[in-house]
Design a protein around this ligand. Structure first.
Ligand SMILES: NC(=O)c1ccc[n+]([C@@H]2O[C@H](COP(=O)([O-])OP(=O)(O)OC[C@H]3O[C@@H](n4cnc5c(N)ncnc54)[C@H](O)[C@@H]3O)[C@@H](O)[C@H]2O)c1
Length: 276
């Protein structure tokens, strides 16, 4: 076994979403691991040591295409971290979280080397994706950016929470792409974090309230840090995970497993959290 089991030294990687939170922590770690890190975000990244930074707005297909062309060349690993919470307009949430990241990834695909990998940050909000396949298929079959955005506007009530829809789409897309990409020796996975102590948490507080967020933190007694979410992304895109593809990995300190098996009870946890 090599001493550098993660194998990032001299790898060329791209990180979408390195202005703040998880993506910022991730980019810092990748720089420290010796990777050539190309960052992108709608806002400038504070991370030192990036090989390049490119401004990309995931709401805008032209900006996405220009970003990929500007970074250029081939990469070994793609990290998709950007996201918007439900405090933003629903159309923007589904566009940034799914449509934009999907286009960005598709444009990178011809440039990902054999042995390479893609990882996207989804959410526990997307964990029931297999139960909503007909609806998700309707949305995801629309490959045209504007048409897919318009679908959400026309179907907002039926589609429900845009954040949940976008993360269910990420999970579905990850699992759909995995077998075909394996033929090119490229892996694709996603993570499903529970609440993370990042700027986005304040938005979730406004939407869900402290009691609900408190219940999601119950498994560990606290929220995860950005670094605790960044490290599994590094693992999944590393040589150490070379037989893992098509996985939607909960990064939640056991919460989803407990709920799935009935060891944890969400109603009870919500009541306890509300009671303080
Ligand atoms: N914070 C949580 O509780 C939580 C829980 C589960 C999943 N997530 C997911 O984790 C990921 C990272 O979020 P975070 O918690 O680090 O929050 P964050 O707000 O710090 O990070 C979000 C990033 O997305 C970028 N972004 C926003 N709009 C963009 C656009 N139009 N184009 C390009 N980039 C854009 C932001 O500039 C920022 O760098 C997101 O996908 C989010 O949905 C967060």
């Amino acid at each position: 076994m090599a001493a550098d089991i993660l194998g990032y030294a001299d790898k060329r990687v791209a990180v979408m979403g390195c202005f703040s939170g998880t993506g910022e922590a991730l980019a810092r770690q990748l720089v420290a691991l010796g990777a050539e890190v190309h960052g992108a975000d709608i806002k400038p990244s504070p991370v030192e040591g990036l090989a390049s930074f490119t401004t990309v707005d995931l709401k805008d297909p032209a900006s996405i295409a220009a970003g990929v062309a500007s970074i250029g060349g081939e990469i070994d690993a793609l990290f998709n971290v950007s996201g918007l919470p439900q405090t933003f307009p629903g159309e923007d949430v589904v566009t940034v979280n799914f449509l934009g990241l999907r286009l960005w990834t598709e444009l990178w695909l011809p440039r990902i080397r054999a042995g390479g990998a893609i990882v996207t940050v989804s959410s526990l909000a997307g964990m029931r994706h297999l139960l909503r396949q007909p609806l998700l298929k309707e949305f995801m079959d629309l490959t045209d950016f504007a048409a897919a955005r318009a679908w959400y506007t026309a179907n907002a009530e039926r589609a429900g929470d845009p954040y949940t829809l976008s993360k269910e789409a990420i999970n579905t897309w990850t699992q759909q792409l995995a077998p075909g990409l394996m033929a090119r020796d490229i892996r694709i996975n996603c993570t499903m974090p529970s609440p993370i102590d990042t700027p986005m948490l304040n938005d979730f507080r406004k939407v869900a309230g402290d009691a609900v967020l408190g219940a999601f933190a119950k498994a560990k007694g606290r929220f995860s840090t950005a670094l605790e979410q960044a490290l599994p992304l590094i693992l999944l895109n590393s040589d150490a995970a070379r037989f893992i593809s098509g996985a939607c990995v909960p990064v939640d300190a056991g919460l989803s497993g407990g709920l799935a098996t009935g060891v944890l009870n969400m109603e009870q946890m919500l009541a306890e959290a509300a009671a303080g």
